[in-house]
Design a protein around this ligand. Sequence first.
Ligand code: FMN
Ligand code: ADP
Length: 311
Amino acid sequence: MQLVRGLHNVQPAFAGCVATIGNFDGVHLGHQKILAALRARSQALGLPSCVIIFEPQPMEFFRPELAPVRLTRLRDKLELFAAAGVDRVLCIAFNSRFQHMSAQEFVEQVLVRALGVRHLQVGDDFRFGCGRSGDFAYLQQAGQQHGFTVEPTCTVTLDGQRISSTLVRQKLVEGDFAAVKRLLGRPYCIQGRVLHGQKLGRQLGVPTANIQLKRRHAPLRGVYMVAAHLADGRVLPGVANIGMRPTVEQQNEIAHLEVHLLDFSEDIYGQRLVVEFHRKLREEEKFATLAELQAAIEQDIALARKFWLIA
Ligand SMILES: Cc1cc2nc3c(=O)[nH]c(=O)nc-3n(C[C@H](O)[C@H](O)[C@H](O)COP(=O)(O)O)c2cc1C
Ligand SMILES: Nc1ncnc2c1ncn2[C@@H]1O[C@H](COP(=O)(O)OP(=O)(O)O)[C@@H](O)[C@H]1O
């Protein structure tokens, strides 16, 4: 899969593709249905498939304070697109130029001139362009004019609810990981590199792999049972905290993800860890002493042992 960053990097030779556009945050089952339809069209027409995404996402550009917490970072999305058989990803930097672009300009400049789109696969509620003026009816009309077809992908529901990034976020907050897994078609994961922390963990008898959260907010807060995928393919049970660590830090603006792997004592600094979330144990607390924090973590570990049936 090829990643093209910015419209200016689209080569003239790219002309001719089947495409879709969206944020694809979470790459949930609804998104996956669009990607599957895109792939089928790509094979039927013998043209490469292209996913057009924006980074930052438009809402993050317009109203950063109101933009919902991301489920997937660019890197996560790219891995999931590749797994869905996407040939190319065009990642457009959303900026004031795009903010003011009308639906017509977007179609002409991006879809027609830059990409030579021959078929567009969209979600049935897709809207785009300045003031969200472009909708499915507009795209169909523009397609007739410029020689591309447009197909809507029907809403995917689960238990009568429309699958959406918002619903996934809601289920994460509720700690309903079984529902999250059914919405995503895979367990919810956060991945990142193991960084050096304050070296307090090993003093407490619970070394923790600290994983940098790239964004200020994570869609989860609290203490969880997890399974961690190591770079060498091992999958180990563990307990994790996502939060501000109020017991050991006075002021902390960025949430930390820390994972203690059960029955493990290797050095994994610098490794990439994929942390799969399975069950919420409790909220993060501010303890009066380190001894109380240690006791709480030991209790978390005991619960995780029971959950994973480890003696
Ligand atoms: C399972 C687990 C639960 C935790 N719960 C809390 C908590 O409730 N409150 C808190 O302030 N810190 C909590 N922490 C974070 C610890 O404060 C932190 O891991 C410890 O201070 C070690 O920091 P270090 O890795 O930077 O050395 C928890 C960590 C783990 C692994
Ligand atoms: N059971 C374990 N779970 C997580 N990390 C472990 C474990 N055993 C050893 N480690 C290693 O120790 C480091 C964590 O030790 P810790 O004292 O908490 O230091 P830091 O504050 O740098 O995270 C991890 O990054 C990892 O390399």
